[in-house]
Design a protein. Structure first.
Length: 575
């Protein structure tokens, strides 16, 4: 983290803008994403010459928020987004909410008109007196949102926001009037890092007792959610040793996909929407002990198919948020705490002791059919994703967008750590990956960063390719181009029998390759089986070496049904 050459915030009195930037550096931030504007100009003027911070100017505030989100997910720290007042803040709302609902620490700093002009209908005023009250608006989409009333309050409110974001894993928002940014601020105190959650031993069901229960059970199951990602990153070896000793199969939510190696013999793959039939089959045959780590067990995680889970004889649910217990399935043993502490305790209780014997095999995960093209020469997306999977290395991060691409990736992409996959299931936001992949690459330039996105979502936020080109960030976009808003097209066809060739959801004849080239990317068209196996590794290598984004547009069959049957059934029944 580059911190040499600038003065620490506690050494002298700074103006508000500089104080904010020094706190960000102390919090471990080295890159900030945003879009400039008048109300935020005092901070922009400071950051453009700051030796410890890189400013990435995005094409749109939503893209900037998505970038900050991807930066936090990939780097494991906090993402920061700077936008102006009024429309700058409201444009960022979707991206901030997406991060918040997935437990991603993100700070949004929005500008605001000077305090003395409050209520005067100043340009882009967004206070409780005039316009859209953005501080109030963001209280519904973050863990904390407030308007800074004066320079004396800035250090205290800034420290509170940073502490909440990092300790609770949430998005936070500060609306900072431009006069507060320019005025001298009180002496700053160093930012204290959030303490690591310990969680302690697993409560009444201690490690030894749980280990005994697991040895005696017939059909146990570990269910990993997105809240266990950090724990598995740190204690993945200990967890793997536990499940191997006890011969316990593992399934995950969509958001937790890949935090346990999916090629492992004990992996059943993803349980939730578009998930593995193997996981569903195992659950349907009955579970006697279920251990849930870090999942709310919502529709994305379970696909609404909870009967096999809730009928387990013993259900242990571990989560940092106690409000999730019992919402979807009963929690016979509800443990509020850190999944990492739970894993450490269970590992110690099982180490060097006899494991669980089982004479029953586990269902085999499915694979796509042999490659073929349709009458128009388009590829099945399922086969294309299988080829994508063969190109994933241990240094690859995949940022998956929302739409049919989510279902194909969930079912057919095999992810093994340290390879990683990120999916924004909290708000299920289309266009997210277009910015998130840029933030991910900025946080971890040593890793390959790939966005898997549909053509509809790419048309929403694909202009951020220009941001990657300007910043010389060698990211790669794989665009599933079926010419339609595919998920809704198939959903309505499933529900009502609508013709999939009906042009109602057709996207027109957009040349996505020329679009990408106009934004500064290199573009390649994928239209034959096996071609991705050659072109994707080449694009990853050249993008990293040249610092140029690559866009691979794959012509996929719009008639191939995505693996969303249970979701379509749910939507069809909500009438």
């Amino acid at each position: 983290m580059p911190t040499e050459g600038h003065e620490h915030a506690h050494s002298r009195t700074l103006n508000g803008a500089s104080l904010i930037l020094e706190h960000l550096v102390q919090a471990g931030v080295d890159t900030v994403f945003g879009v400039p504007g008048g109300a935020i100009s005092p901070i922009m003027q400071r950051i453009r010459t700051h030796p410890g911070l890189r400013m990435v100017v995005a094409a749109h505030e939503a893209g900037a928020a998505f970038m900050a989100d991807g930066y936090a997910r990939s780097g494991g720290g906090m993402g920061v987004c700077l936008v102006t007042a009024g429309p700058g803040a409201t444009n960022a709302l979707t991206g901030v909410a997406a991060a918040h609902l997935d437990g991603v620490p993100l700070l949004l700093v929005s500008g605001q008109v000077p305090a003395h002009r409050t209520g005067t209908t100043a340009v882009q005023e967004s206070t409780s007196e005039c316009g859209v009250d953005t501080a109030a608006l963001f209280r519904h989409a973050t863990g904390y949102s407030t308007r800074v009333p004066d320079s004396a309050s800035l250090p205290r409110l800034l420290r509170r926001a940073l502490s909440l974001a990092t300790s609770q894993g949430c998005a936070v928002h500060l609306a900072v009037p431009s006069d507060v940014s320019r005025a001298p601020a009180a002496e700053s105190l160093s930012v204290q890092p959030a303490p690591e959650a310990s969680g302690g031993p697993p409560g009444a069901l201690a490690g030894d007792e749980l280990a005994g229960v697991l040895r005696q059970c017939r059909r146990p199951l570990f269910f990993l959610g997105g809240g266990a990602r950090r724990a598995l990153t740190r204690y993945g070896d200990e967890f793997r040793q536990c499940v191997e000793r006890m011969n316990i199969p593992v399934t995950t939510s969509v958001r937790a996909k890949g935090i346990f190696p999916e090629s492992h013999p004990l992996s059943l793959g993803v349980f939730g929407l578009a998930g593995s039939r193997a996981a569903r089959a195992y659950s349907a045959e009955g579970i006697d002990v279920l251990i849930v780590l870090g999942s709310r067990l919502g529709e994305w995680a379970t696909g609404g198919n909870t009967a096999g889970l809730e009928n387990a004889r013993v259900i242990v649910h571990v989560d940092a948020d106690p409000t999730v217990f019992g919402q979807v399935v009963p929690a016979h043993h509800a443990i509020t705490g850190d999944a990492g502490a739970f894993i450490r305790d269970l590992h110690a209780a099982t180490e060097g002791r006899a494991g669980r014997k089982s004479d029953r095999g586990f269902p085999v995960r499915e694979r796509p059919e042999v490659a073929h093209t349709d009458s128009t020469g388009r590829l099945p997306a399922s086969v294309l994703i299988s080829e994508f999977s063969q190109c994933m290395g241990p240094d690859t991060d995949v940022f998956v967008d929302m739409g049919n691409c989510t279902g194909w990736a969930t079912r057919y992409l095999t992810v093994d750590p340290p390879g990683r996959i990120f999916i924004p299931t909290g708000l299920a936001t289309m266009g997210w990956s277009c910015g998130a992949v840029i933030g991910g690459k900025a946080a971890r330039p040593d890793r390959n960063a790939v966005a898997l996105v549909g053509d509809g979502a790419f048309l929403m936020n694909g202009t951020e390719v220009a941001t990657a080109a300007r910043q010389r960030l060698g990211v790669v976009y794989v665009v599933l181009n079926d010419g339609y808003l595919g998920m809704v097209n198939h959903g309505e066809s499933w529900e009502s029998g609508a013709d999939l060739d009906d042009p109602f959801y057709h996207l027109g004849s957009v040349d996505l390759g020329e679009f990408a080239r106009s934004l500064g990317a290199r573009a390649v068209r994928i239209d034959s089986p096996g071609q991705l196996l050659k072109e994707l590794p080449l694009a990853l290598e050249q993008a990293a070496r040249q610092g140029v984004p690559y866009v691979l547009t794959a012509a996929v069959d719009h008639l191939e049904p995505p693996p969303y049957g249970e979701r379509f059934a749910t939507v069809g029944s909500d009438r």
